[in-house]
Design a protein around this ligand. Structure first.
Ligand code: ARG
Length: 269
C-alpha cells in the first residue's frame, strides 16, 4: 500500500455559481454555444456528493462574480505537505483567480505560501505521486515554474511536454491511480516524454484517444475508487479489470469549458 492509497482525502471545490463559456482559451470552449449554468451546478453537486459518499472531506471557496472558470479549482494552487504554491494564470481572463485561491489558504491557516514568479496553473499541470511530482508544460505552465515548485516543495519534479492543444493541461491527459502508478493518453505527449512515462511507469494504463476525447483522463482516484467521466468506456473497463471501483459522473456541461472531475477538484495534502 502506498500513502496515496485508500486514505480519506481533503478537497477544495468552488460551486459554479458564475460558470459560463464567454471566452475561448482552449479548443473545447465556444462562446457562441455557451453553457447551461443550472445544469452545470447540478452536475457539480453530484461530483461533490460522490466525494462525500466516499468519505472524503470537501471544503468550499466562495465563487467570485466575473470569474466563470473559477469552478476549476485544480488550477488554483498546488498544495503538498501543507505548503501552498500559488497559481499564476497564463490568460488574463483567469488572472484574479490566483490571488483569490491564495487568500483562501492564508485565511484558513496555511502559513507556508508562495506567490509564484512564473506562470503555472496549479494542479492542472502538477500531479503529485509518492516520490515525484509530474509537471506539464507546452500550453499553460512555464517550465521555470517546475523548478520553482521543486525548490519550494522539496520534491523532485519531472517535466513532461504536452503537444496536443485539446489536452492543454497535464490533468487532461494523465491521472495518478495511486502514489506509484498512473493512467495516461500517450498521444498528448512528445515522443521523449512518452518514453519517460514508459520508463517510469511500465505498468501504467495507456488510454485510447476515445477516452481522452471525453476527458476520461481528467479523473480522481483515491487508490481504490476512481471518479471518472461516464463517457470514458474503455478506460472504465480497464480500471475495473484492475480491481478499481469506478464511480462514473456526468459533467458534460463543464466539459464545454474544457473541464472534468479533476479540474473541479484541488487536493489539499
Ligand atoms: N476553461 C478553463 C481553462 O481553459 C478550463 C480549466 C480546466 N482545468 C483543468 N485543471 N484542466 O483554463
Amino acid at each position: 500500500m502506498t500513502t496515496e492509497t485508500c486514505m480519506p482525502k481533503h478537497f477544495l471545490m468552488c460551486r459554479p455559481e458564475h460558470f459560463a463559456v464567454e471566452y475561448a482559451i482552449n479548443p473545447w470552449m465556444d462562446p457562441a454555444k455557451g453553457a447551461d449554468r443550472e445544469l452545470a451546478i447540478r452536475q457539480w453537486e453530484t461530483l461533490k456528493a460522490a466525494y462525500e459518499e466516499l468519505g472524503h472531506q470537501v471544503s468550499l471557496i466562495d465563487p467570485v462574480e466575473g470569474l466563470p472558470d473559477m469552478v476549476f479549482a485544480a488550477n488554483g494552487a498546488l498544495v503538498v505537505d501543507g505548503r501552498v504554491y500559488g497559481a499564476r494564470f497564463a490568460f488574463p481572463e483567469r488572472g484574479p483567480e490566483g490571488p483569490a485561491y491564495l487568500r483562501w489558504f492564508r485565511d484558513n491557516g496555511f502559513g507556508k505560501t508562495l506567490e509564484a514568479g512564473f506562470v503555472n496553473e496549479g494542479e492542472g499541470d502538477f500531479l503529485t505521486l509518492d516520490d515525484v511530482i509530474l509537471a506539464g508544460t507546452g500550453f499553460r505552465t512555464d517550465r521555470s515554474a517546475h523548478l520553482e515548485a521543486q525548490e519550494f516543495l522539496g520534491r523532485p519534479v519531472v517535466t513532461l511536454q504536452l503537444v496536443d492543444p485539446r489536452f492543454y493541461h497535464l490533468d487532461t491527459a494523465l491521472f495518478p491511480l495511486d502514489g506509484r502508478n498512473i493512467a495516461y493518453y500517450p498521444g498528448a505527449f512528445s515522443l521523449g516524454s512518452q518514453e519517460v512515462l514508459r520508463r517510469m511507469f511500465p505498468d501504467a494504463i495507456q488510454a485510447t484517444l476515445a477516452d481522452a476525447e471525453v476527458l476520461g483522463l481528467n479523473a480522481v482516484s483515491d487508490g481504490s475508487h476512481v471518479v471518472i467521466n461516464v463517457e470514458a468506456n474503455d478506460l472504465q473497463l480497464e480500471l475495473k479489470r484492475r480491481g478499481y471501483e469506478v464511480i462514473p459522473v456526468d459533467l458534460s456541461e463543464l466539459r464545454k469549458a474544457g473541464g472534468g472531475p479533476k479540474c473541479c477538484t484541488l487536493e489539499i495534502r
